[in-house]
Design a binder for this molecule. Structure first.
Ligand code: ADP
Length: 431
């Protein structure tokens, strides 16, 4: 059972992720703030007559220092939040200076604009609370210094029209920043915990799958040898002379059942091999593949089926040799197995074709065919259309599994009593 508590999530990792996530955001806000100085200067120029050169220098400093800082921040070892803090500090000096240079009539307009600026910064920044406090305290101290040196506004008016609205908006943004940060940290913790539990689940799943595969492999492997011994004994008994025809028939039936069971075990082993082993790409000569199938056909084809080959284009393909052999053998043996028993001559065709994106391997026959509503179901595990012929119902399931692993596909076209065509498509990018 996977159980991850939020405490298990490492705090320093969360901190790192938080910095990484907010870094670019802070850089963007800093750049926007710096560039806005040019527009603010025009605004100042229209409203203030005295000391415009001081303002101009101030705006230039707030414009260029942050941009230079951002440019070299990696060399100096600053993160986005620290760049933003330095910009804010510079800006607060400028704001304090400007606020104290105004007469009381236009003070409110400026306070309103700067309050909006505070709140917007609060909505965007995820920085640490200390940074906000430094920013606000710095602004307050410079405000008081400038008030003492340049302001002509009475102190009570200044407090009501400037300090109260300005620092209440600063307080609101402080709360916003703090809440945003808390929410983000919680979100990150939950995401991390989920990732952690996912990776542990994945690890457990892989372990269980590997154990299960190993179990299937060992059981199937161990079952085959006693089965072969029984088959050998049956052959020996049926060759003895003093047994009746009846017993001989029973032994034949036992032999068929053993072959069926052996085929099922063989298929299970093939399936297990496919899921246990990694894909190995190598050159595969199509003619070589045909030779193999031809020699194999001798075992399951009593020469009543004509095997036709047509190779167009790809003589050699680059694929997992063993898996491709399993795929083609399954399709060809099915085509032979499900041939018609009527007098009409049966054939099995094996063709290869090339399209710009795929190598196609096509196996077609004029056998008993498959009803349309069963076309998708035949690829399911243990699914058989009819049990009149021997089979485990695993062959096409294994074929589909193999092709999924190779990034290929298989499609079927078939009509009852006319025949079937299975088309395997292998992506050429592997070739
Ligand atoms: P089986 O071991 O039964 O052959 P497969 O998974 O290979 O299992 O095939 C599933 C079913 O699909 C078969 O039982 C058969 O009914 C049908 N089938 C497969 N290939 C052909 C074919 N070439 N012609 C007709 N039916 C086929």
């Amino acid at each position: 059972m996977i159980d991850i508590t939020l405490q298990e999530v490492k705090q320093d990792e969360i901190k790192k992720e938080l910095v990484a996530r907010t870094d670019q955001n802070q850089v963007n806000v800093t750049i926007a703030g710096a560039i806005a100085q040019a527009f603010w200067f025009i605004f100042d120029f229209m409203l203030i007559e005295q000391n415009i050169s001081c303002l101009f220098i101030g705006r230039l400093l707030v414009l260029f220092i942050p941009l230079i800082l951002i440019l070299f921040r990696k060399k100096v070892g600053l993160n986005g939040s620290q760049c933003f803090l330095i910009t804010s500090a510079l800006l607060s000096v400028l704001i304090s200076y400007i606020l104290n240079s105004y007469d009381e009539n236009i003070l409110l307009i400026y306070v309103f604009c700067y309050s909006i600026l505070f709140v917007c910064a609060g909505a965007l920044a995820n920085w640490e609370l200390e940074y906000s406090l430094i920013f606000v305290v710095f602004s307050l101290v410079t405000n008081l210094i400038f008030y003492n040196t340049i302001s002509t506004i009475p102190v009570d008016v200044y407090i009501v029209k400037c300090l109260v609205p300005l620092y209440s908006s600063a307080l609101i943004s402080l709360l916003m920043i703090n809440n945003r940060r808390k929410i983000l940290i919680h979100e990150l913790k939950i995401t991390r915990a989920l990732e952690l539990s996912n990776s542990r689940l994945e690890e457990q799943k892989n372990k269980i799958n590997a154990e299960l595969d190993f179990l299937i492999y060992s059981i199937s492997h161990d079952l085959r040898s006693p089965l072969m011994s029984v088959k050998g004994l049956i052959t020996l008994i049926s060759e003895t002379e003093d047994i009746s025809e009846n017993v001989k028939n029973y032994l034949k039936m036992a032999n068929v059942s053993i072959d069926r069971l052996d085929q099922t075990i063989y298929d299970i082993l093939e399936y297990s091999k496919n899921s246990r082993t990694d894909v190995q790409f190598e050159k595969l000569n199509i003619r070589e593949l045909v030779e193999l199938i031809n020699s194999d056909l001798k075992f399951y084809n009593d020469n009543s089926v004509d095997f036709q080959i047509n190779i167009i284009g790809a003589e050699e393909i680059y694929a997992d040799k063993k898996r491709i052999i399993t795929v083609v053998k399954n399709l060809v043996s099915n085509a032979v197995k499900y041939s018609k028993t009527s007098s009409e001559p049966s054939f099995v065709k094996f063709e290869t074709r090339q399209t710009p994106e795929y190598i196609e391997l096509i196996v077609s026959d004029n056998g008993i065919g498959i009803p349309k509503d069963q076309h998708q179901r035949i690829f399911e595990m243990f699914y058989r259309v009819s049990s009149r012929r021997n089979g485990s119902g695993l062959g096409l399931f294994i074929v589909k599994e193999i092709l999924e692993k190779l990034g290929g596909t298989i499609t079927v076209e078939s009509e009852p009593n006319i025949g079937s065509t299975f088309t395997v498509r292998l992506p050429k990018s592997y070739q």
